[in-house]
Design a protein around this ligand. Structure first.
Ligand code: FE
Ligand code: FE
Ligand code: ZN
Length: 281
């Protein structure tokens, strides 16, 4: 069965119930949310009654909690070795893992980090150090999904080799998975016209079984542009056929697909995009 949804809001007042209702309004059977604003680390406490009500709503409407994804805020940068920034990022990630666990979800998507001029190898070793530190102090089974990045600025995780290098350094490997992002793959230089080859290469380097989420986005920019600007489904350089081909891949059948495409005239495009995708499956 196609597991598809989108990024949805998570607000202080409506909490997880609000997120589920928004997902249902798009005819989605999963969703992804940030536990607060994506660009800051202000987080309010979780109302367990609200969470209970959200689970009832999910159950009644065929949303399996194991397919729901949480995204960590962009501001966490585990690759920056500056001591106070490094500690801030580690502490926030620890708290975020606790929140995800309290909310009852299984997956937390994380941008691996940007080396901010310190170089790829130092950046990667900082990420490894941070993840080992955070995971050694966390008893939950929440899995951190490292996202494939576009390679904008000094972003790490723009190649499968870099992601593999990170995973190799992790002690609790069972706690690390991967989130593919189609816009990022394109912008990083992976040609999605040949998705089977891209996936084969991923499988050889990391292993398909590590893929636990796929962000479905078209791209405003060309192959290898390192830009990271998402476009609506079928409106960009990747194109509808390639996105459908990825969504339809039998090896990725059970992996939740999440839209992070831009709003159109201030309105979420997800209901229409989900309907479009369903019509092509
Ligand atoms: Fe992301
Ligand atoms: Fe993404
Ligand atoms: Zn992006």
């Amino acid at each position: 069965m196609l597991i598809i949804g989108s990024h949805v809001g998570y607000k202080k007042d409506s909490g997880l119930v609000g997120s589920v209702k928004e997902a249902l309004s798009y005819d989605a059977n999963t969703f992804m949310f940030y536990t607060g604003a994506p660009q800051n680390t202000i987080r309010s406490s979780i109302d367990l009654e609200n969470v209970k009500e959200a689970y009832k709503l999910m159950q009644d409407n065929g949303i399996d909690k194991n397919n729901v994804i949480v995204h960590a805020p962009y501001i966490i940068n585990l690759a920056n070795g500056d001591e106070s920034k490094f500690n801030f990022s580690c502490n926030f990630l620890s708290e975020e893992l606790k929140r995800v666990n309290t909310l009852g979800m299984k997956y937390l998507v994380l941008h691996p980090g940007s080396h901010v001029g310190q170089g790829v190898d130092i950046g990667i070793s900082n990420i490894i150090k941070a993840l080992n530190k955070v995971l050694s102090n966390d008893e939950s089974d929440v899995m951190i999904l490292l996202e494939t990045m576009a390679g904008k600025g000094s972003e790490l995780g723009k190649t499968f080799e870099e992601l593999k290098q990170i995973i190799d350094g992790i002690k609790k490997k069972e706690r690390i998975g991967i989130c593919l992002d189609t816009c990022h793959l394109n912008d990083a230089g992976y040609d999605l016209n040949n998705f089977n080859e891209v996936l084969d290469s991923f499988d050889k380097i990391i292993g398909i079984d590590k893929i636990k989420c796929i962000h479905i986005n078209d791209s405003k920019n060309s192959l290898g542009s390192h830009k990271d600007r998402h476009e609506n489904v079928g409106k960009g350089t990747i194109g509808l056929d390639n996105l459908i081909n990825i969504i339809n891949n039998s090896k990725l059948k059970d992996v939740p697909k999440i839209l992070e495409t831009p709003y159109i005239d201030g309105k979420a495009p997800y209901k229409e995009e989900i309907a479009l995708i369903r019509s092509k499956i």
